[in-house]
Write a protein that binds this ligand. Structure first.
Ligand SMILES: Cc1cc2nc3c(=O)[nH]c(=O)nc-3n(C[C@H](O)[C@H](O)[C@H](O)COP(=O)(O)OP(=O)(O)OC[C@H]3O[C@@H](n4cnc5c(N)ncnc54)[C@H](O)[C@@H]3O)c2cc1C
Length: 456
């Protein structure tokens, strides 16, 4: 085992923590209590301030074959940042500089421990726009890349992967490598950068990221469309997309959960009618463009049974609606045993929702469900009563099975982490997992980086 003094020589005395109480908040992430993995007993927390320090730590760990777990903002919801074996927990929080907003190339260069909210602020101050918006702005930039986070705005712009142009990565063996750059085209060999995206801390420690940016849009409008039944709401979504309008976001939420989030925040959910809602965010260059898109979307919603449509135009009103939506998980968390992340082909989302309802009825449980409707990405919430009745895993696996039969996957944006691995037998393409294990061996021959995370 590495001596504490060896780590102190690299990062300085103040940045190595051995006291369990002092590191308590680092030993958990935002995974629901009922299924969050337990942290190991002998963990040393280390906080490097540069890629060079990360490299020295990994070289040392590799020579001792000591496991290293990587932690960004700790907002992950599949247990990936929890140190599940004795070893080091490497926090990237001191890699916290926004290095450059390059307006000419429309790129931002950031260290990986920069909180997402800080990066958004720097980009906004430069008059530019970073489209993806996974829900928790406390996530770190490196964590967003390591998880290939999605979020509400993937409909129009795609997920984090679509915006990564370059990475600085420290390999488990201690070498620092650069992949990509401020480039829009790069065919120089295999695209290793895209292997690192969604590698969940298993192939390397991301220390710097270059993201592509967009010009700012001038206008936006947010529609809250009310329905009396979830199926009418969901059935509207493919029709909106087929109309040629691609909204920034189309979110699906239900009254029960959205009211809980609004109340917790001391805010008011603006819709008074209905039980099920679509939140449709439109962007464009002019007010006229928003108005015309809004008219067309409203027409489609009405034809599909919408009973009320509110249009928020003021920036603060729109931000409030998004805030209430973003905080749903945090509001429900104490009552949730597992939040699923199934993703099916977008046109199958209505059928998937029916299957979730059938399963809920058969087991006589409530399964609140919301999600990124236009991406085919749903978050059915399995509540604690399922765990108490001993049926949590059975219900989960039945939902997974239905998603897989539709050509879907068991995680669309949160990742496998630790908590999704026991159900990978439902996704039995053996050769795929064998190839992934082979890639892991090439990057990490001693299996020191996040062992037990993301791969069986
Ligand atoms: C309220 C709430 C809303 C959310 N909404 C969304 C959403 O809409 N869409 C979505 O996709 N996710 C969402 N998430 C999940 C979470 O925010 C994302 O998964 C995010 O990418 C995690 O980033 P993090 O920095 O907190 O990572 P952590 O939780 O610290 O770590 C997550 C994983 O990434 C690895 N990792 C972290 N940093 C690095 C690094 N520098 N190098 C290598 N590996 C690293 C860790 O080892 C771990 O495996 C939400 C979470 C919460 C709590």
């Amino acid at each position: 085992m590495i001596a504490v003094e060896e780590l102190q020589d690299i990062v300085g005395k103040d940045w190595v923590v051995t006291n369990r109480e002092q590191m308590a908040r680092y030993l958990a992430d935002e995974t629901a209590d009922a299924i969050r993995p337990k942290p190991a007993e002998k963990v040393v927390l280390v906080k490097p301030a540069s890629a060079a320090e990360v490299a020295q730590i990994l070289k040392l760990a590799n020579s001792y074959k000591t496991p290293v777990f990587v932690r960004g903002g700790g907002t992950g919801i599949c247990g990936g940042a929890v140190p599940i074996a004795d070893g080091l927990l490497l926090s990237t929080e001191r890699l916290d500089k926004v290095i450059e907003v390059d307006k000419d190339n429309l790129m931002v260069v950031v260290e990986s421990g920069v909180p997402f909210g800080n990066m958004l602020k720097a980009v906004e101050e430069a008059g530019l726009f970073f489209p993806p918006h996974p829900g928790d702005e406390g996530a770190h930039v490196g964590g967003l890349v390591a998880c290939n986070a999605g979020g509400t705005r993937a409909v129009k712009y795609g997920v984090i992967r679509n915006f990564v142009r370059g990475l600085e990565v420290v390999l488990p063996t201690g070498e620092i490598v650069n992949m990509g750059g401020k480039l829009l085209k790069n065919n120089q060999g295999f695209d290793l950068m895209h292997l690192l995206i969604n590698s969940g801390g298993t192939l390397g420690v991301i220390t710097k990221v270059i993201f592509r940016l967009c010009p700012k849009f001038n206008n936006s409008g947010t529609l809250v469309v009310s329905y009396d039944h979830r199926h009418k709401a969901i059935d509207t979504v493919p029709e909106i997309l087929q109309s040629g309008i691609i909204p920034l976001a189309i979110e699906y939420v239900e009254r029960d959960v959205i009211e809980i989030s609004a109340t917790r925040l001391g805010m008011k959910w603006p819709a008074t009618k209905g039980q099920a809602y679509l939140i449709v965010i439109l962007i464009g260059d002019s007010e006229d463009e928003i108005y015309s898109q809004g008219e067309r979307v409203s027409g489609i919603c009405e034809r599909n049974g919408a009973i009320d449509i509110l249009i928020a135009e003021r920036r603060e009103e729109q931000a409030d609606i998004l805030k209430i939506r973003s905080e749903v998980y945090s509001s429900l968390k104490s009552r949730v045993a597992d939040v699923l992340d199934i993703t099916v082909p977008p046109a199958s989302i209505g059928v998937m929702m029916d299957k979730v309802d059938e399963i809920a009825a058969r087991f006589n449980v409530q399964i609140p469900t919301y999600g990124h409707a236009a991406d085919g990405n749903l978050h059915p919430h399995l509540m604690v009563d399922l765990a108490e009745r001993g049926i949590l895993r059975q219900v989960k696996r039945e939902i997974y099975q239905e998603a897989i039969e539709m050509g879907g996957v068991i995680t669309g944006e949160h990742g496998l982490g630790v908590i999704r691995l026991p159900d990978l037998d439902l996704c039995p393409d053996g050769k795929i997992w064998e190839l992934m294990r082979g890639i892991k061996m090439v990057f990490d021959p001693n299996n020191i980086l996040s062992p037990g995370v993301g791969l069986l």
